[in-house]
Design a protein around this ligand. Structure first.
Ligand SMILES: [Zn+2]
Length: 404
């Protein structure tokens, strides 16, 4: 059992968000939060210290972590072609050191859990031997009916293999790459599995204008792309129909930059989540998600880094700082609080994890760090945290201190 005391304790529990000079008592789980809790001596984390739930990066592609300057940024289709061209090389280049460096970057920046999209299964052996919690999304991709069965069998083999490693820190999930890249028959098959086995799901949705034009009208830059690469002359599903397939599942729709009103409403209706990846969207020049709209539709959103295939870093503090500076329509003070909730409690809900807030019975997944000075206006606390934090001093997962 351990009791920590900090100048600022952020709980992200309903209503009481900030507690000053408060204590948190925990073992594997949070036991109590507040003042003068019991006889256990408290460890004081120091002047201007912050204690809060550890961060959750709910959407990554660690398979691509070896990318630094290989992929082409600035235009979505140009980038996609460069991914197809370099995919195998980048996978081969990502060796055990490459995975280790990615995990180190995440844990140093206070991340206790992440959602990994795995298209090959190459990452499995590295991710089962590291200290962070993982939700491992086996991804299905492929729209050609001639090879659908081969792709499905490969997917099933990867899924079964990953299930062998399930434990309190490793969960399996299912990802459908996108509405444009997966045959509807395959979608139905894997959604059935997710429902039966109560697995969480993720899918990329409306990332680019090219996707919008292709799915709505069978036109635009994707037309040539599909004809050349996949011999496909028309889209196979309408976006609304695609969203409705996920009814009665726990699904996060990644990006949604070009999702329209009706689609956001439908995501809200089926209680879907949205993950916002502003740096990735900026680098591929696809536009900016309308967060105000997402909020108005009462959709829980999280923020994630996506993979290093479209980012220079896996640090979530950097990602939410980018969101804070890019989302100019929203008031920085209130947006800052929402962004910290996005990478804690909201991300936990989207992955089905029992963490993301400091309250009794939740997993003791906590971080602590120090602000450079006292915060004079407590209403600015969330904003100052996002401006001044890159790395943390302590990370606890299930109550255990992790070596940083
Ligand atoms: Zn992604």
């Amino acid at each position: 059992m351990l009791k920590l005391k900090a100048d600022y304790v952020l709980t992200f529990k309903e209503k009481s968000d900030i507690l000053l000079n408060a204590e948190v008592l925990f073992d594997k789980k949070i036991i109590k939060v507040g003042y003068n809790l019991d006889e256990t001596p408290a460890v004081y984390l120091g002047k201007n210290s912050v204690l809060m739930p550890a961060l959750i990066n709910n959407h990554t592609h660690l398979e691509f972590s070896s990318n630094k300057t290989t992929l082409k940024y600035g235009d979505f289709i140009t980038w996609l072609n460069s991914v197809i061209q370099n995919r195998e090389n980048l996978f081969t280049k990502c060796n055990s050191k490459c995975y280790k460096d990615s995990i180190n970057e995440m844990k140093k920046s206070g991340i206790c859990a992440f959602g990994e999209i795995s298209s090959s299964g190459n990452d499995l052996k590295y991710l089962t031997k590291q200290p962070l919690k993982v939700v491992y999304f086996n991804e299905i991709i492929g729209s050609n009916p001639a090879v659908a069965d081969i792709l499905y069998q490969d997917f099933l083999a990867r899924l079964e293999n990953s299930k062998k490693y399930e434990n309190e820190k490793f969960k399996t999930g299912i990802s459908i790459h996108s509405p444009y890249s997966v045959h509807p028959v395959l979608m139905d098959k894997v959604i059935d599995i997710a429902k039966k086995e109560e697995m969480v799901m993720q899918t990329h949705f409306m990332e680019s204008n090219a996707e919008r034009l292709w799915l709505d009208q069978g036109k635009g830059e994707f037309k040539l792309f599909f004809e050349q690469n996949f011999k496909l002359s028309h889209p196979l599903i309408k976006p609304i129909e695609f969203i409705q397939k996920f009814k009665d599942t726990k699904t996060t729709f990644i990006h949604c930059v070009h999702a329209n009103e009706k689609e956001l409403e439908e995501i809200s209706n089926i209680k879907g989540f949205i993950s916002h990846c502003p740096i990735s969207n900026r680098l591929l020049n696809t536009g900016l998600l309308n967060l105000e709209n997402v909020k108005n539709k009462l959709i829980d959103y999280s923020v994630a880094t996506d993979g290093k295939s479209s980012n220079y870093s896996l640090n979530l503090f950097k990602e939410i700082r980018a969101a804070l500076l890019m989302q100019v329509e929203l008031h920085p003070k209130y947006l800052a609080k929402d962004l910290l909730k996005a990478v804690t409690i909201n991300a936990a809900k989207s992955l089905g994890l029992n963490n993301g807030s400091i309250e009794p019975t939740k997993d003791a997944d906590l971080i602590s760090f120090k602000l450079p000075e006292k915060v004079n206006d407590i209403d600015n606390l969330f904003l100052q945290i996002i401006l001044h934090t890159n790395e943390v001093d302590y990370l606890y997962i299930n109550g255990e201190e992790i070596n940083l």
